[in-house]
Unconditional design. Structure first.
Lengths: 289, 314
């Protein structure tokens, strides 16, 4: 590495860079890039599922448990003779569909709760206790309780993820609002006659969103966790519809005879989750700065 | 401390009371009637009604709730509907198996997390630090069911040294029991070990940069003694608190790990109870799990307050 004296030009470049949104800066770090690449790759595979595979994910050919690289089945077939490549690709699609609905839903509901709580101390207490209640159910216990009522399926998975995320986002935003409220600019705005609602939505909220963006990335990872875990517990999306967790859990009985069966879903889940958590970490580092 | 406990206790009790209400209502919302599923498809209306009366299901919901809570407080869990046997003994057996798994995992968390933390903070070679970082990131990012499948593939299928799943009693065959315990405990322990390792590494690095360590080093204290007698003890308090929080996570995660490794614990019992509509088992079980979680959280808060007096006076 060579040492250079900083020229005014370079300094200017640096300030411009630091003024750029921290989210964009985060995406240009090594972590951010790798994470983004992995997530995009997996997402693309899911989106292009119908193009990339010649089989429907539920089509049963006669040949069961074919090894990978068989003719017409690059990843082989499963115990019912379904093409594994298309099951994994459609599984990605199903997972993306679930997390893309559930996480924003939970985030929006959580933030709404936090905003409501910011209006009045009594509401705050009620909302806090409600959050405590949800948090008292460890994730999968919540999953069992919800599916006890709704039965297994896609909607319960979405409900479980969303409900589990509500207190996470709610607490995050509440803490942010409390911190910002003590700042001087808020006092100044209040003295200047800014109304309560406007103060909250136009002044405090924009300054309290950074941790929420990081949390969004973390929560997407958690959502993939929950989907798979519910499939393993037998309360997830109903077969024959493939999901990443579902295909992986179906491969469990065949691990000793046909370990290749698990390879596809294993790789896809790992890539997706690793990508998301690298993204979360990159964002966290940049935002905290 | 007592003051803080008195301040925190009501809200913990409130959460428990609310949770008991939620658990009770959830089970009443389940489509289907336990009495008719117990009686079987061919039973006459009278038989179903008789079963309903015997189980107390014909009483108003509020009376049922009061009965349930009253019995709970007296420690009388009653018989199970469908699984057979006593609810208390069913839950007791499940709890024993789950506690075994959780304790095994806790030991591994301390061992692996400690090794990761110390290696990450003190290793001079870059590749060791890199490896520690990779292991912690990977163990945190990858879901337990992926690690579970990988562990089975490596240790049970490729190497064939450990069984892929199952359970043996510690009393009858201790060596076999340890073999069965190792993989699920490892699978459960890895994420928590990674968190612990990270905190410990940061703590030790922080402590090693302190002035007193420099002074001790200048006075000729051996590096090994410096690490074990000075840096590690000072890095421990937050790690101990973290361990408490992770115990709660381990209990929650045990449900999933039990499903992967066919471990006959509380998770399996909950699954059985739900599919067979066994109200008493499921509601007592859910409440027990929530209660354990609430108590662990309360204890963690207390340790926090004990370590940091500012929290007590807030």
């Amino acid at each position: 590495m060579t040492l250079t004296t900083p020229t005014p030009h370079q300094n200017k470049g640096r300030t411009r860079k630091s003024r750029r949104s921290p989210y964009l800066t985060a995406l240009t770090t090594a972590r951010g890039r790798t994470g983004l690449l992995l997530v995009l790759l997996v997402a693309l595979a899911g989106v292009l599922a119908p193009v990339l595979s010649g089989h429907a994910p539920t089509d049963q050919s006669g040949d069961t448990l074919l090894p990978p690289l068989s003719a017409g089945h690059p990843l082989g077939t499963d115990d019912l003779g379904r093409d594994l490549l298309s099951r994994v690709l459609y599984g990605i699609r199903a997972d993306l569909g679930i997390i893309a609905v559930a996480v924003p839903l939970g985030a929006a509901a959580g933030c709404a709760c936090a905003l409501l709580a910011a209006v009045h101390p009594v509401v705050d207490t009620v909302v806090q206790r409600a959050f405590d209640l949800v948090l008292a159910f460890p994730g999968l216990i919540l999953a069992l309780a919800v599916t006890a009522v709704l039965g297994p399926g896609r909607t319960p998975v979405i409900v479980v993820i969303a409900v589990a995320e509500i207190p996470v986002f709610g607490r995050q935003l509440r803490a942010g609002i409390l911190v910002q409220r003590g700042r001087e600019y808020v006092a100044a705005a209040r003295v200047g006659g800014t109304g309560r609602a406007r103060l909250l939505t136009r002044h405090i909220l924009p300054n309290a969103t950074d941790p929420l963006i990081v949390q969004l990335a973390v929560s997407l990872t958690v959502a993939v966790f929950i989907e798979g875990a519910m499939s393993f517990l037998g309360v997830g999306v109903r077969p024959p519809t493939p999901t990443l967790g579902g295909v992986l859990s179906q491969s469990m009985p065949y691990l000793s005879q046909h370990p290749n069966y698990a390879a596809g879903p294993l790789l896809a889940v790992t890539a997706l989750v690793l990508g998301l958590s690298l993204l979360a970490e990159a964002l966290n580092r940049e935002v905290r700065r | 401390m007592t003051r803080y406990l008195l301040k925190r206790l009501p809200s913990a009790l409130l959460v428990l009371a609310l949770a008991s209400f939620v658990v009770f209502s959830i089970l009443r919302l389940i489509p289907g009637d336990p009495a008719s599923s117990l009686a079987g498809p061919d039973a006459s209306a009278e038989t179903v009604a008789a079963i309903r009366a015997r189980l107390g299901l014909d009483e108003p919901l509020f009376t049922q709730y009061a009965h349930w809570v009253g019995d709970l407080v007296r420690g009388d869990l009653g018989p199970s509907y469908a699984i057979g046997g006593d609810t208390a003994s069913l839950i007791g057996d499940g709890l024993a198996a789950t506690a075994q798994l959780t304790l095994g995992a806790l030991v591994l968390v301390v061992l692996i997390g400690g090794a990761l933390g110390i290696a990450g903070a003190t290793a001079r070679r870059g590749w060791v630090r890199g490896a520690v970082r990779a292991v912690t990131t990977g163990a945190l990012a990858v879901p337990p069911y992926v690690t579970g499948v990988l562990l089975v593939l490596v240790f049970a299928v490729a190497l064939g040294v450990l069984p892929p799943g199952g359970h043996a009693s510690f009393l009858d065959a201790p060596d076999l029991a340890v073999q069965y315990l190792l993989l699920p405990a490892l699978c459960l322990a890895l994420p928590s070990a990674a968190v612990l390792g990270r905190y410990l590494k940061d703590g030790i690095e922080h402590a090693l940069a302190e002035d007193y360590v420099r002074t001790a080093k200048a006075a000729g204290v051996a590096p090994r003694r410096l690490l074990w007698r000075h840096a590690v003890p000072n890095a421990l308090p937050p790690v101990v608190t973290l361990l408490g929080m992770q115990t709660g996570h381990l209990l929650g995660g045990a449900v999933l790990v039990e499903a992967i490794f066919a471990w006959p614990g509380l998770g399996r019992l909950a699954e059985q109870g739900l599919t067979r509509r066994d109200y008493p088992v499921v509601q007592d079980l859910l409440l027990l799990l929530v209660a354990v979680f609430v108590v662990v959280q309360l204890l963690t808060d207390l340790v926090y307050a004990w370590l940091d007096p500012r929290i007590r006076w807030e």
